[in-house]
Design a protein around this ligand. Structure first.
Ligand code: 5GP
Length: 190
């Protein structure tokens, strides 16, 4: 996706050979115009998949997921990382190892929002080693729902997540695919 790649080149900051900072438009400050374009792109790529719900993870997946939900006309559920006092109903829970924090945490979705009739599009901001995506898949499968596909805003193709998800047979659509972050420079898969 050209507009996203341009934004990464102009406003992304390479923190290391493994980590790209995108808090100027996605992870902290959000560019709503770009998010809308991202939502349209996801909707286009998954429009024939019979999606009934979108599932993402707080916080950074929410903006692109909501825009995709708007375009597809379906509700968006975000898995919560912290036990909220109001989240007191029955929960689907899974453990996820955080790439950026290097700690394990539990994520949860209330069982009232997902059921075995749902066909789900999973959306996240980054794909690194695939832990977050697989934890979301686990929550969706606990509900007996079907994972129709996985939409990723920025895939770091030099890490293991893409291969893992491909091997499991998921339809993965990434809007920007990073070949490398070596020498402080972003290069894309072509
Ligand atoms: P994974 O679970 O695939 O290893 O990592 C994906 C999760 O870690 C995403 O939800 C994202 O929040 C975070 N993440 C992974 N790589 C990066 C990165 O290079 N930059 C930022 N900002 N977040 C990342």
């Amino acid at each position: 996706m050209h507009a996203l790649e341009q934004k990464i080149l102009t406003e992304g900051i390479v923190l290391s050979e493994q980590v790209l900072k995108v808090d100027a438009f996605l992870n902290h400050q959000i560019d709503p115009v770009l998010m809308q374009q991202i939502g349209c792109e996801f909707a286009e790529r998954f429009k024939d998949c019979g999606i009934t719900k979108i599932v993402t993870i707080e916080a950074s997946g929410i903006a692109p997921a909501v825009m995709a939900g708007l375009q597809l006309g379906v509700p968006v559920i975000f898995a919560r990382k912290y036990q909220s006092l109001t989240l007191n109903e029955d929960l689907y829970r899974s453990k996820v190892f955080s790439f950026t924090k290097q700690t394990e945490s539990t994520i949860a979705i209330s069982n009232k929002h997902l059921c075995n009739k749902d066909t789900v599009l999973l959306i996240d901001d980054f794909l690194a080693n695939g832990h977050a995506a697989l934890a979301l898949v686990d929550l969706i499968e606990q509900a007996g729902a079907k994972v129709a596909g996985i939409g990723i805003v920025i895939e770091k193709s030099f890490q293991d997540g893409r291969k893992l998800l491909d091997e499991k047979g998921f339809k993965v659509e990434s809007l920007a695919r990073l070949q490398s972050l070596e020498n402080g420079t972003v290069t894309f898969v072509r």
